[in-house]
Write a protein that binds this ligand. Structure first.
Ligand code: GAP
Length: 520
């Protein structure tokens, strides 16, 4: 695999061939930026969702769940600001006819300067060895300083233009920086225009009685409008949180990069209601908790970084992203936002209903502030899948049940793997299939198991590696004599002989979601 594009293509091909993700309505040539999850994809997605849900609602006694409707009263989106401000600044290249988000073009341009700095720092580290002082190097090296000045200048102008909604200034910045279209290689740009991302539809079928409603562009508003229902019915005291997972819809203009940016996707959001004035402390605390949730998966540290927002969304007083190193580079995986009382305050105004919390200890009544954590389930799916994908050269060994050659393996964290155990009878006769099925019967209430009797054991191992199954259990003639089986571990390919009675414990120890939750 060479370029980022090749790496993404390889992953998309693998996801389709092995039943993780299919293009939507493929027999009609698909529908752009919509995908369907196949038999293994849906299992992986459900496991990620369960990991998030349990981390939120089981490990925090002050967080409860909700499942609100996708359709909401149209005034919801007026109050939330989405009708007026949920826009992307778009620019087209006249030669390639490709459309881009103007702010993304600029951010990618800035990332190139950041790369230059990182390369310079690495050179310095090699040159000075143990004596290398990175902070001093960054502050004094002329090349690094020049690149940093460029970054500060571009970011400064971009922030000012976005805040003032000055689309001409945004375009001018793209021209001044000589940013070119990656497809045509020219800087022949149109003007920048704003485009609202909500999907609208009609409620009711009788002409004249219908009214425009929107498919929700975020799940968060279902939580805000239910704030008092939940607080009162579940007897919650501030600070407390409401967690929800569900579909959201955005008419993304630049929708590509597989399940990273879709028009229909799923969010996992948690709104944490706090006393005004304490929000920054909770913001920091949720940043720490969320990165710990990611790190417990054991994906290497260098895949994650924080990125503070330059332009704050219309509702936020502080915001950052957890970015992940996807096949196409570092991109936003999760957002953590301090949303102030913007949403509850506006819903109060438009609905005319009080959305206040009465603090019985201080006898005060106030509109709580909100810190939210918001992660795309599909993006998390792509993060797990892309970090898991590996191709390895396996030497052929005489007498080994492993096949030589290239093996494609998904090193998915075991508790998230779609299938946890494959049980394989060595041959399709002599009572081995029956024994294999009896073993599955002892495991299937706890774990997703798969039976496979076709082809050589080596080929069956490869098939399980390709879908990320952590354990393969082989049943052979010895099994019938002494009740032992071979258990083979996916990543190390190590095999050991164990009694059947030990299987539930061995498998359970590694694949149990509690193993992840205990680390939080
Ligand atoms: N309630 C806050 C909110 O919606 P956001 O940053 O717009 O914030 C939150 O979205 C998360 O939803 C993102 O970090 C991303 O993981 C996911 N997301 C947003 N748009 C998406 C899209 N078009 N396709 C897939 N996931 C998306």
């Amino acid at each position: 695999m060479s370029t980022n594009e090749d790496r993404l293509k390889t992953l998309i091909g693998h996801a389709k061939e092995y039943g993780f993700v299919f293009p939507s309505s493929e027999i009609y040539d698909g529908l752009s930026a919509t995908y369907d999850y196949g038999p293994y994809g849906v299992e992986l997605k459900n496991n990620i969702r369960r990991y998030w849900w349990e981390a939120m609602t089981k490990l925090n006694e002050n967080i409860v769940g909700l499942d609100a409707a996708i359709f909401m009263h149209p005034l919801t989106w007026k109050a939330s600001g989405h009708v007026d401000a949920f826009n992307d600044p778009l620019i087209d290249n006249k030669d390639s006819k490709k459309r881009y988000r103007a702010d993304v073009l600029l951010e990618e341009h800035v990332a190139k300067y950041e790369d230059k700095i990182n390369k310079e720092v690495e050179k310095g580290r090699k040159k000075f060895g143990e004596a290398f002082d990175e902070l001093q190097f960054r502050a004094t090296n002329p090349n690094v300083k020049r690149s940093q000045e460029r970054i500060d200048a571009v970011e400064g102008r971009m922030k000012a233009a976005l805040e003032a909604n000055d689309l001409e200034a945004l375009r001018q910045l793209i021209i001044d920086e000589e940013i070119k279209c990656p497809v045509s290689g020219t800087a022949n740009w149109t003007e920048v225009r704003q485009f609202n991302l909500m999907f609208a539809t009609e409620l009711g079928s009788v002409s004249g009685e219908s009214s425009t409603i929107y498919l929700r562009p975020e799940t968060a508003q279902g939580i805000f409008v239910n704030f008092l229902n939940v607080q009162k019915s579940a007897r919650m005291k501030v600070p407390f949180g409401i967690a929800q997972t569900g579909k959201a819809f955005r008419n993304e203009i630049v929708a590509r990069q597989f399940v990273f940016r879709m028009r229909e996707f799923e969010q996992m959001e948690m709104q944490f209601f706090v006393k005004p004035g304490t929000e920054m402390q909770w913001y920091e605390s949720w940043k720490a908790k969320r990165i710990a949730w990611h790190r417990a998966l054991g994906i290497s540290e260098e895949h994650y970084r924080f990125h503070d927002h330059i332009k704050l969304a219309h509702y936020a007083n502080a915001a950052c992203d957890i970015e992940f190193k996807f096949p196409m580079g570092f991109k936003e995986l999760e957002g953590i936002h301090s949303r102030t009382d913007f949403d509850l305050g506006n819903h109060e105004k438009l609905s005319g209903k009080k959305l206040r919390y009465f603090d019985t200890e201080t006898n005060e009544s106030y509109v709580p502030y909100v810190v939210e954590t918001s992660i795309g389930l599909d993006r998390m799916f792509l993060a797990v899948l892309s970090a898991a994908y590996a191709e390895e050269q396996i030497p052929a060994k005489e007498g080994s049940s492993e096949e030589g050659g290239v093996r494609t393996v998904l090193r998915i964290p075991a508790p998230l793997a779609p299938v946890k155990v494959a049980v394989l009878p060595l041959v399709k006769k002599d009572g081995l299939p029956e024994k294999a099925r009896a073993i599955i019967d002892t495991l299937k209430l706890e774990h997703k198991c798969q039976y496979d009797e076709k082809d050589s054991i080596g080929k069956r191992y490869r098939r399980q590696d390709a879908i990320g199954t952590p354990y393969c259990i082989t049943v052979d003639h010895e099994t019938l004599k002494d009740g032992s089986v071979t258990i083979r571990e996916r990543d190390s390919m190590a095999q050991q002989r164990v009694p059947i009675e030990h299987l539930a414990r061995i498998v359970g120890d590694m694949v149990d979601l509690r193993g992840l939750l205990r680390q939080l």
